[in-house]
Design a binder for this molecule. Structure first.
Ligand code: C2O
Ligand code: CU
Ligand code: CU
Length: 494
C-alpha cells in the first residue's frame, strides 16, 4: 500500500504520458516532485488527501529555573520517523527524531538555551524574530560543532509573539531545515495575557507548522530539482504529520500558522471560504483583529488566526492560488497556482464555549519616523542584495544601538523573494507606494517582496551593541539565502 498523500501532482495528461513511457508509479512520483525545469504542472490536492492522522502537537520544551534563569536543554540529533506510508525516513530533530519542542518563555525572563549537537556535522540554531545580542542569535557565526554545546543567554524583551527557531549554517540552511530541525518559540506577556483569547496549548491554541516535502516510495524525504524559488514538495506536513486532522473542542480555536517551508508560499483559507480572524503577525498582536478569508504567508512568516466552528462540522485549511506578482510564465514554477489541502478540522458534537474576540488587541508602539535618518536601500537581485553575494568576512552596514531606521527594499528581479531582518520587528510604511493592508500593518520580521515592488520599512534597533558580531538580513527563500542572498549588519554603540 502506498502513501495516500503522494503523486497528487499528476494530472491526467501527465499520467497518460508517463504510462505511455512505461514508467512505474514510483518513478512517476519522483518526476512529479521534480519542479526543476520550466513547465512545471500545478499541483492540486483538493479533495485528494485522506485526512486520517491525528495532528502531532509538539510538546512544550521542559525547562528548569537555575539562579533566576530559565534553562532549556536542546539536542540536535538524527533519527528515523515514519511520516508517510512506505517506510521510515531518515530525519533530524531537536530532542527527538523530527522537528523540535515548542519553547515558551515570558517577557522579562532571563533564559539560557544549551544547544548540544549530536549530529555528525556542524549546525546552528537561530531564534527567528527574537530580539537578542548578536552573539546569541544562532546565525552562521554561531556554529555548533558535532559533540559540542553552545549556550546563549539573554533577557526576553519583546511583546508576546509566535516566533520560531531553525538552523542557519551558511549555504546549508535549506538542507538542515528540510531534514527536520526547527520548532516554535512562543513569547507570552501581560498585555496578551490580559485579553480573552484562546490560550490552552494543544487544546484551543494550536501550533501549525506548515512544510512541504517530497517523499520516495519507501517513505524517505528526498531532495528534488529546484524551480526559480527552490524545492517545492508534493506532500504538505503540519507539525511533521502528513494528512493531518485536528479534533476541535472549542467554538474558537487559535491557530499559530508558521510557514516553515523553504520555498513555498501559502495562501491560507478554508474550504468553504469562511472568514477567520487574524489577531497577530510575525512580531505579535495586531492593534485590532482583522476579518479575512485569505492570508498569504511566504517562507518564514507567521500569522495567528482564530477560526470559529459549529458542533459536528468538518472544514479544511487549504492553500489557494495566489498572486505572487510574477509574470504568468513563472507562476506555475513558483507554485502560485497550486491548490493544497492542508489540515482538516473536525468539530466535536459539543464544543466548549468561547468568549467574543476582543475589539482591541495590542497598543502599537510604532517608531517615530521623524527619528529615522536617510533611507537605506536594499535592491534584491538574482541571489544578490545590492549586487553583492554574502561574504562571512564582510560587514555590509552598521547601525547605532537604539537607532530608528527606515529601509527600502526593492525587488529588482523577476522572481519571488522576501526580506527578513534579524533582531528587529519592523513596521511596513508603504508597500508599492501604498499604506499596507491591515494584516500587514502590525509587527513583521519577514515580508514578501513581489518583483518590481518597493517596500518601505521602519524599525527601532535594540540596545545590545557588539562591534564584532553581525546580524543577518536575507531572502527567506532558503535556496536563495544559501546561494548568497544575504548580508550582515552590526549594531554598534551610539
Ligand atoms: Cu529565519 Cu536568518 O532566519
Ligand atoms: Cu531570523
Ligand atoms: Cu529570494
Amino acid at each position: 500500500m502506498s502513501a495516500p498523500t503522494q503523486r497528487l501532482g499528476l494530472n491526467r495528461r501527465h499520467f497518460l504520458q508517463l504510462s505511455a513511457l512505461g514508467l512505474g508509479v514510483g518513478m512517476m512520483a519522483t518526476l512529479a516532485g521534480c519542479g526543476g525545469t520550466a513547465g512545471r504542472e500545478p499541483l492540486d490536492t483538493v479533495g485528494k488527501v485522506d485526512f486520517r492522522n491525528p495532528l502531532h502537537v509538539p510538546p512544550l520544551a521542559k525547562s528548569e529555573l537555575k539562579d533566576g534563569r530559565r534553562v532549556f536543554d536542546l539536542v540536535t540529533q538524527a533519527g528515523q520517523s515514519e511520516i508517510v506510508a512506505g517506510g521510515k525516513a531518515d530525519t533530524w530533530g531537536v530532542n527527538g527524531a523530527f522537528l523540535g519542542p515548542t519553547l515558551r518563555v515570558r517577557r522579562g525572563e532571563q533564559i539560557r538555551l544549551n544547544v548540544s549537537n549530536e549530529l555528525d556535522e556542524a549546525t546552528s540554531l537561530h531564534w527567528h524574530g527574537v530580539r537578542l545580542p548578536a552573539a546569541a542569535d544562532g546565525g552562521p557565526h554561531q556554529m555548533v560543532e558535532p559533540g559540542k554545546t553552545w549556550s546563549p543567554s539573554w533577557t526576553i524583551d519583546q511583546t508576546a509573539a509566535t516566533l520560531w527557531y531553525h538552523p542557519h549554517p551558511h549555504g546549508q540552511t535549506e538542507r538542515h531545515l528540510y531534514k527536520g530541525i526547527g520548532g516554535m518559540f512562543i513569547i507570552d506577556d501581560d498585555e496578551e495575557g490580559a485579553l480573552d483569547l484562546p490560550r490552552n496549548y494543544g487544546v484551543d491554541d494550536i501550533p501549525v507548522i506548515v512544510q512541504d516535502k517530497t517523499f520516495s516510495e519507501k517513505g524517505q524525504i528526498v531532495e528534488t530539482g529546484r524551480s526559480g524559488v527552490g524545492m517545492l514538495g508534493s506532500t504538505v506536513l503540519v507539525n511533521g504529520t502528513a494528512a493531518p486532522m485536528l479534533d476541535v473542542v472549542a467554538e474558537h480555536t487559535r491557530l499559530r500558522l508558521l510557514n516553515a517551508s523553504s520555498a513555498r508560499s501559502y495562501n491560507f483559507g478554508f474550504s468553504d471560504d469562511r472568514k477567520f480572524t487574524m489577531i497577530a503577525s510575525d512580531g505579535g498582536l495586531l492593534g485590532a483583529p482583522v476579518a479575512l478569508s485569505r492570508i498569504m504567508l511566504t517562507p518564514g512568516e507567521r500569522a495567528e488566526i482564530i477560526v470559529a466552528v459549529v458542533p459536528g462540522e468538518t472544514v479544511t485549511l487549504r492553500s489557494f492560488a495566489q498572486d505572487l506578482g510574477v509574470a504568468e510564465s513563472r507562476t506555475a514554477d513558483a507554485g502560485a497556482q497550486d491548490l493544497l489541502d492542508i489540515l482538516q478540522l473536525k468539530a466535536a458534537a459539543t464544543l466548549s464555549p468561547s468568549t467574543p474576540i476582543p475589539a482591541q488587541l495590542a497598543s502599537m508602539d510604532y517608531p517615530d519616523p521623524a527619528l529615522a535618518g536617510a533611507m537605506r536601500m536594499f535592491q534584491l537581485g538574482d541571489n544578490v542584495i545590492n549586487n553583492k553575494s554574502m561574504d562571512m568576512d564582510r560587514i555590509d552596514l552598521s547601525v547605532k544601538a537604539g537607532a530608528t531606521e527606515a529601509w527600502a527594499v526593492l525587488n529588482a528581479h523577476n522572481q519571488p523573494h522576501n526580506f527578513h531582518i534579524h533582531d528587529v520587528q519592523f513596521q511596513i510604511l508603504t508597500l508599492n507606494e501604498q499604506p499596507p493592508p491591515p494584516e500587514l500593518a502590525g509587527w513583521k520580521d519577514t515580508v514578501y517582496a513581489p518583483p518590481g515592488v518597493t517596500i518601505r520599512l521602519l524599525m527601532k534597533f535594540g540596545k545590545d551593541a557588539d562591534p564584532m558580531m553581525p546580524y543577518m538580513y536575507h531572502c527567506h527563500l532558503l535556496w536563495h539565502e544559501d546561494m548568497g542572498m544575504m548580508g550582515q549588519f552590526l549594531v554598534v554603540d551610539a
